[in-house]
Design a protein around this ligand. Structure first.
Ligand SMILES: C[S@@+](CC[C@H](N)C(=O)[O-])C[C@H]1O[C@@H](n2cnc3c(N)ncnc32)[C@H](O)[C@@H]1O
Length: 223
């Protein structure tokens, strides 16, 4: 089990380690490694969910085999459906698509006690559609408190941390596609963000051929 946690998930953990006062909830836990690492590093309790039975069972086995059965709960469910949320819970979603994430978050915002919703910390590593996520955040009133990027085996993985305020805000095209926090880090000449933006620039130049909004974005940015 040595070095079992991929760099990408280590970066996710590092993004929220200072927020972990209570429980970590891992939505889409699959193998269960993030929950295992979190427990091994001093967090008292974890909750894992997976929509499919086989990965939910994999998570259960991983936590049980490592002696953490009594400090963990695993649910086979869609997102957080049927899972009690507690004040200060840190919710991670890694490796899911942005649309799937926003559906899960919408059901929490619409269906749960607003004081609890405002106390949650969300940490998301979307596999795709980070722009959809940022747009949803601006309309719904999720403030982005941190953005980090992890480069692992040739791939850039952006990670976004957010809290719910319920106050919507304007989003420029650059904020939507590059991220406001990332742009500040770029201006501060952080090397990983500079390299990530080079990758984004070339991706958006290709996407602009069939997408009017991205075409406007690259004109605005002088690409
Ligand atoms: C690509 S894996 C990522 C696993 C792990 N989070 C990681 O980053 O390595 C995505 C996992 O999320 C689960 N999943 C997808 N949609 C889900 C949903 N709506 N609710 C809960 N789990 C979901 C899948 O069954 C799968 O196990």
């Amino acid at each position: 089990m040595k070095d079992y946690l991929p760099l990408r998930l280590k970066a996710v953990y590092d993004t929220v380690s200072s927020d972990l006062k209570g429980r970590l909830i891992d939505v889409g836990s699959d193998h269960g490694y993030l929950a295992l690492y979190t427990l091994e590093n001093g967090t008292d309790r974890v909750v894992c969910t997976d929509i499919h039975k086989a990965p939910a069972e994999k998570t259960m086995k991983c936590l049980k085999d490592n002696g953490f059965e009594d400090r963990s709960e695993v649910f086979c469910t869609d997102g957080l459906d049927g899972v009690d949320l507690l004040e200060g819970d840190v919710i991670v979603m890694a490796g899911l698509g942005g649309n799937n994430m926003t559906d899960i978050m919408k059901r929490v915002v619409d269906g749960r006690d607003s004081n609890i919703v405002k106390s949650l910390v969300w940490c998301l590593q979307p596999q795709k559609s980070i722009d959809v996520l940022r747009e949803y955040f601006s309309k719904e009133g999720f403030e982005i408190t941190d953005e980090r990027v992890c480069f692992d085996r040739g791939i850039f993985y952006p990670i976004v941390k957010a809290v719910y305020t319920g106050v919507p805000y304007e989003l420029s095209l650059s904020d939507k596609y590059y991220g406001k926090v990332f742009q500040k880090r770029f201006e501060s000449k952080e090397r990983d963000v500079i390299e990530y933006f080079v990758r984004l620039d070339s991706r958006y130049k290709i996407r602009a051929r069939g997408d009017g909004e991205v075409s406007e974005l690259i004109k605005e940015r002088g690409l």
